[in-house]
Design a protein around this ligand. Structure first.
Ligand code: HEC
Ligand code: HEC
Length: 157
C-alpha cells in the first residue's frame, strides 16, 4: 500500500529529528558507552522499526541512554544478555523492548498530533515526561492534602 510506505518514510524522517534533540540533551550527561569505531557508512543496526535504519551509531546509543535514564534501568531491562559483549541487541525476545518500541512510536505521535510540533528538537513529550526515572509511571494523583511522592522512584536493576 502506497499510503503505508509514505507514512513509514515521514515517520523515519520525523524520528531522526526527534532523536537529534534527545541525543543533544543526553550528550551533556553521558559519553557513548561502546567504543565501536563505526564509520558513518556502516549500518548502525539490524532491527529498527521506529528509529530510522540509517541512524548513526552514536545517535542510536544516545537514544538508548535517554530511554534507560528516563526509566531508571540498565540496557538489560529491554535487551537479552548478561554483559555488553554478549548482548543480542537486535533480538525482540524481551517484552519490555516491544513495549518500549510502542512507546517510542507513541511519543513521536503525541508530539506531532497533539502538540503540533513539526520541529522535533522542540518536542514537548519525551520518555522522561511520564517516567521520571521509574519503569512504572505513577497513575493516581495525590489525594487533596496529600504530599506528592518524590520524583525519583527508581526501579531496581
Ligand atoms: C526501555 C527499553 C530499552 C532500553 C533500556 C535500552 N534499549 Fe536498546 N532498543 C530498544 C528498542 C525498542 C530498540 C528498537 C527500536 C526500533 O525498533 O526502532 C532498541 C534497539 C537497540 C539497538 C539496535 C539493535 C539492532 O541491531 O537492531 C542497540 C545497539 C541498542 N538498542 C543498544 C542499547 C544499549 C547499549 C542500551 C543501554 C545503554 C539500550 N539499548 C537500552 C529498547 C531499549
Ligand atoms: C504519556 C506517558 C508516557 C510516556 C511519554 C512514555 N511512557 Fe512508558 N509507560 C507509561 C505507562 C502509563 C506505563 C505503564 C503501563 C501499564 O502499567 O500497563 C508505561 C510502561 C512502560 C514500559 C513497561 C515497563 C514494565 O516494567 O513492563 C516500558 C518499557 C516503557 N514504558 C518505555 C517507555 C519509553 C522507552 C518511552 C519513551 C520512548 C516511554 N515509555 C514513554 C507511560 C508513558
Amino acid at each position: 500500500m502506497t499510503g503505508t510506505v509514505f507514512g513509514r518514510l515521514a515517520f523515519a524522517a520525523a524520528s531522526a529529528a526527534f532523536l537529534a534533540a534527545a541525543v543533544a540533551a543526553q550528550q551533556t550527561t553521558a559519553p557513548p558507552p561502546t567504543a565501536a569505531p563505526a564509520s558513518s557508512a556502516e549500518p548502525s543496526a539490524k532491527n529498527l522499526k521506529v528509529l530510522p535504519m540509517g541512524i548513526p551509531r552514536q545517535n542510536l546509543i544516545g537514544v538508548m541512554q535517554m530511554m534507560s535514564s528516563s526509566l531508571g534501568v540498565k540496557c538489560t531491562f529491554c535487551h537479552v544478555g548478561q554483559s555488553r559483549e554478549t548482548m543480542d541487541f537486535a533480538s525482540d525476545a524481551m517484552k519490555e523492548k516491544l513495549v518500549a518500541r510502542a512507546m517510542l512510536d507513541m511519543v513521536r505521535r503525541i508530539n506531532e498530533q497533539d502538540f503540533k510540533v513539526t520541529e522535533w528538537s522542540k518536542s514537548k513529550v519525551t520518555c522522561y515526561t511520564c517516567h521520571r526515572g521509574a519503569a512504572h509511571p505513577l497513575t493516581a494523583a495525590p489525594k487533596p492534602g496529600e504530599t506528592p511522592p518524590p520524583v525519583e522512584h527508581r526501579h531496581e536493576g
